[in-house]
Design a binder for this molecule. Structure first.
Ligand code: NAD
Length: 512
């Protein structure tokens, strides 16, 4: 009864938010795909899937939009992204709330995800006046060499459920200032937030005035829709975020047609806690990174190596956190820090992994289903801390749930080798006040990940830095630094302003 009332309110609230954000009712109340909220597991909306013909049409529209958009001066393109940022600022609470409803994130994380969208828009607006190339010294007299960066073409974006809107914005804000339209296939588990973002984009485009149609398209549907996008030769770049299994399918198809790929795949992130660490700070950082977002961040802390000398004290306190951290429906209780898993499959995977960990000698604290009577269709779990004798079996994989493996170490070199001894390479941290350990961790022989942090956890990156990881994480980079270059094509030009024609490398070719 209590749940029914909550579900009813949730359906009404979802509808009101979608209306305020400008999503037409026909887009979220009709269609064969039922959208569930992980907060209750119950249906909150219906959407219609695109079909293959709609994907092909969208690519055609994007292609035509590209032909116009690439000639618009980049700072003017930045104006559209500025307007998008303004829409996002105004919609932050509503869109953040919708993220919570659709993914189960706690409200501050839902709003935080929208803040990340606003941040990347600000970054991209500045970038629109900074798309610069090099001037390079030529070996030939009266010659000048330079690099120019030109728009690339329509960019396909495939995104995962756990950052349903931020990932699009990391790609779209950069792509748009770089002169590229965006075609987005969001996760089939989170179509509502995608429809809402598209509505906000259209508002910004209307205020902009003369943005071509087809600059941004959303295609709702499952992986088959993404597959059409991946195969189409008119899409020169696909940015795909999701599991390593997805990257294994998508990567070779893109390579087959020589398209560019930005692959942002699974992580298996670790931290090393050294004897000199500030343990209070480390404890808070570890707790947020391991149990925050119910362990459903690509950057979630999954492996922890703790020095023998401090192991007992730290792990006892961490276990206290694990048994007391408030788990539940974050819209029902403001104190909740751990919301639900996305669905039953995620819960079953977590339970199977815990059973496997036990077979490998793991001692499990937590990991039980929570609130099952109140929300039978939702999957709340207490976070699981697993003390492992060795880094074996499931520790080598990413399990997308709040599941932290803890291991002891005595020798820093051994800890570093174990840290790097997994197939994934996304984020990493060291907690230490010993400059030798810290610098070693950050050096060429240290962490092999795309992100290496000191005295902060591995999750919660800022947009100013390039984001992504190595090995099975796919090697892609998004967001800050020079990640924009992936969205443009580089032209190297040499200009002869003399009257002679000297050839490079001293080659002679006298035709008389
Ligand atoms: P997923 O791989 O199941 O799905 C991600 C997206 O890929 C969805 O849109 C899905 O429809 C599509 N997809 C899946 N298989 C496909 C295929 N064979 N061909 C084309 N498209 C396909 O991932 P998920 O469960 O939504 O998200 C969780 C995973 O995403 C985790 O592994 C997490 O680490 C990863 N992730 C990585 C990053 C990063 O930046 N590295 C960020 C967020 C999530």
């Amino acid at each position: 009864m209590v749940q029914n009332q909550f579900t009813l309110r949730l359906v009404q609230e979802t509808d009101s938010i979608l209306q305020r954000l400008g999503v037409a009712r026909r887009l979220c109340q009709e269609g064969e795909r039922i959208v569930h909220s992980p907060l209750t597991g119950e249906a909150i909306a219906n959407v219609r899937d695109a079909d293959a013909a709609a994907v092909t049409d969208a690519i055609g529209h994007a292609q035509r939009a590209f032909e116009e958009w690439r000639s618009v001066p980049a700072p003017r393109r930045g104006e559209l992204v500025r307007l998008l940022g303004t829409e996002l600022r105004a919609a932050k609470d509503d869109l953040g709330r919708l993220v919570t409803i659709e993914t189960g994130k706690i409200p501050s994380e839902g709003r935080g995800e929208v803040q990340e969208m606003i941040d990347i828009c600000d970054f991209a607006v500045g970038l629109s006046r900074q798309l610069y190339g090099l001037t390079i010294a030529s070996e030939r007299p009266a010659h000048r060499m330079m690099e120019q960066w030109h728009p690339l073409g329509p960019v396909g974006v495939i995104s995962a459920f756990n950052f349903p809107v931020a990932v699009w914005s990391w790609n779209a804000a950069l792509a748009l200032v770089c002169g590229d339209p965006v075609i987005w296939k969001p996760s089939e588990k989170t179509p509502l937030t995608a429809l809402a973002v598209q509505a906000l984009f259209l508002r910004a485009a209307q205020k902009f005035g003369d943005a071509p149609d087809g600059l941004s398209t959303v295609l709702i549907g499952s992986r088959e829709i993404a597959a059409v996008l991946v195969k189409d030769a008119r899409v020169p770049l696909v940015s795909a975020t999701g599991s390593t299994a997805m990257g294994r399918a998508v990567g070779p198809q893109l390579a087959q047609r020589f398209a560019r790929a930005i692959l942002e795949l699974g992580g298996n992130n670790a931290a090393i806690v050294c004897p000199s660490a500030d343990l209070e700070l480390a404890l808070r950082a570890i707790a947020f990174a391991a149990v925050g977002t119910a362990g459903q961040r690509c950057t979630t802390l999954r492996r922890l190596f703790v020095h023998d000398e401090i192991y007992e004290g730290l792990i006892d306190r961490l276990k206290q956190v694990y048994v007391t951290v408030p788990v539940g429906n974050p819209l029902d209780d403001d104190s909740v820090l751990v919301g639900p898993l996305i669905d039953e499959a995620a819960f079953s995977m977590m339970q199977a992994t815990l059973a496997e960990a036990r077979m490998h000698g793991g001692q499990v604290t937590g990991g039980e289903r929570h609130d099952a009577e109140r929300y039978p269709g939702a999957y709340y779990v207490t976070p699981a801390l697993v003390e492992m004798p060795e880094q074996t079996g499931p520790v080598l994989r990413e399990t997308f749930a709040p599941l932290l493996y803890v291991m002891r170490y005595t020798d820093f070199e051994q800890a570093l080798a174990l840290h790097n001894g997994v197939p994934q390479g996304l984020t990493s941290s060291i907690f230490s006040n010993d400059v030798r350990e810290v610098e070693r961790f950050l050096s060429a022989t240290g962490s092999d990940c795309g992100i290496a942090n000191v005295n902060i956890g591995p999750s919660g990156a800022e947009i100013g830095g390039a984001f992504g990881g190595e090995k099975e994480t796919g090697g892609g980079r998004e967001a800050g630094s020079d990640a924009w270059k992936a969205y443009m094509r580089r032209v190297t030009s040499t200009v002869n302003f003399g009257r002679d024609l000297p050839l490079a490398q001293g080659v002679r070719f006298d035709i008389g």
